[in-house]
Design a protein around this ligand. Sequence first.
Ligand SMILES: Cc1cc2nc3c(=O)[nH]c(=O)nc-3n(C[C@H](O)[C@H](O)[C@H](O)COP(=O)(O)OP(=O)(O)OC[C@H]3O[C@@H](n4cnc5c(N)ncnc54)[C@H](O)[C@@H]3O)c2cc1C
Length: 291
Amino acid sequence: MKPPQFDYHAPGSIEEAVTLLGSYGGDAKVLAGGQSLIPVLNFRLARPGVLIDINRIGALSFIREADGGVAIGATTRQRMIEGSDIVGRRAPLLADATRLIGHLPIRTRGTIGGSLSHADPAAEDPAVVTALDATMVALSKRGERRVPASGFFRSLLTTALEPDELLVRIEFPPTPAGTGTAFVEISRRHGDFALAGVAAQVTLAGDRASEVRLAACGAGPGPIRLAAAEKIVRDGGASAASIEAAAAAAAAGVEPTSDVHASAAYRRDLVRAMTRRALERAVARAAGGTR
Ligand SMILES: Cc1cc2nc3c(=O)[nH]c(=O)nc-3n(C[C@H](O)[C@H](O)[C@H](O)COP(=O)(O)OP(=O)(O)OC[C@H]3O[C@@H](n4cnc5c(N)ncnc54)[C@H](O)[C@@H]3O)c2cc1C
């Protein structure tokens, strides 16, 4: 199928894009990598009158160290993120997750900002920003607005972005020393969206797990922070028993639904298994200093 008719703008600056968004509001859609938006248009699931193509705005594509963490521009391609030395050092969980997104051609076009704005519940990037408490920075004619990940994902394919807001960058906090990360997921075929997946980041201080961050994808209408499971490992340490208890708590804390790909019960069980695997891998990496 072909998309419905639309007017097309390709602004050269952030200011121009924000002005266009402000004047068209809800009738406009931002076009980033097009890996989600173009299929949506072709299936006529959305009929925006205007597309605002932000691919020519160089200032939206960057990866830089910031305040001990990393700031990433919204149109930075997933392929750039996956191979970035800065991301590997400053936000290793994001690097782990990005390698699992679709296929190479998808990651070569797809952007981090597009993935977060699209908010597919099975997508990896939303789970990562949720686990890490990253901040989404949106810009409109009213100015800049900082939205924590905990308030960004509202429901299925819906975020806190207003129709006239452009997501301009994502800020990730520092990763403490002694940290290990892992993103583990199951999909039916290589490159498919995950049936369910879990992002884990564990910081060890001696025998203790001083910081534990966990989030699931594919297990509800959006990414889910697995707070009860985090607490079990923080309080009880990273023993096998503690990890098993955390995995059970994670499974109890998600809200999967059944669809043609998998039943809710199977997805819940996947979350249990993925949490265990992700924690084991993150703890081993934290202990061994390996990636
Ligand atoms: C075959 C296939 C397999 C895939 N597999 C996976 C997978 O396993 N995991 C996964 O996570 N994703 C997967 N994807 C999706 C892919 O990662 C997309 O790139 C991503 O979801 C959207 O990014 P994009 O840059 O292409 O955004 P677009 O498609 O251009 O836009 C997506 C939405 O976000 C909005 N938007 C984009 N940028 C901004 C911005 N800066 N500010 C405000 N709104 C914005 C658009 O208006 C649109 O509504 C797959 C896609 C395909 C086609």
